[in-house]
Design a protein around this ligand. Structure first.
Ligand code: HEC
Length: 143
């Protein structure tokens, strides 16, 4: 196990504990002040994918925590879908995967008037949402 993986696992255990402790029913705001800022307009492609080193490590840490607090209850703990909602690790780390991701987090999912997934851009910043995509890409190798 690489040290990055150990760090991530430790982090995820902490995040999961938080999830159960608080129930996490409403979207939780995420502190993204340490991440490169992205502006107001939604970007078509994951701007964090090209980051490296400590910046990338920070992005992945924030993304893991943001995912566990806001997406895990439907999409599964640690990104492993229990079948309620799609497994987000399968989104591709390219323009197509980013485009579909962007569409869903901006529009949510509504079927026959029932909200299956809230519009995540109403609750989370663009920085938080792209950090989640970056974290998903970092764990998708393990599938
Ligand atoms: C209340 C449950 C719920 C929460 C919370 C939720 N989702 Fe979803 N999400 C769904 C459901 C259900 C679908 C499938 C919708 C469909 O296909 O009609 C979905 C679909 C998606 C898709 C499309 C995936 C695909 O393969 O088609 C993306 C991307 C996505 N969600 C991202 C997120 C992110 C990121 C978060 C957290 C910030 C999140 N979702 C939180 C329920 C949820």
């Amino acid at each position: 196990m690489s040290s990055r993986k150990i760090l991530l696992s430790a982090l995820l255990m902490g995040a999961s504990f938080n999830l159960f402790a608080h129930g996490a029913v409403t979207p939780q705001s995420i502190d993204t002040s340490e991440l490169p800022q992205l502006g107001e307009d939604w970007l078509d492609e994951n701007p964090y994918r090209s980051e490296t080193g400590e910046t990338l490590t920070t992005i992945i840490q924030v993304g893991a925590s943001a995912y566990n607090q806001n997406c895990a209850r439907c999409h599964g703990l640690e990104g492993i879908s229990g079948g309620i909602a799609p497994d987000l690790r399968l989104l591709t780390p390219d323009f197509d995967g980013d485009e579909w991701y962007g569409y869903r987090v901006q529009n949510g999912a509504v079927r026959n008037g029932a909200v299956y997934m809230p519009k995540m851009t109403e609750h989370l910043s663009q920085e938080a949402l792209w950090s989640i995509k970056t974290w998903l890409e970092s764990i998708s190798e393990d599938i």
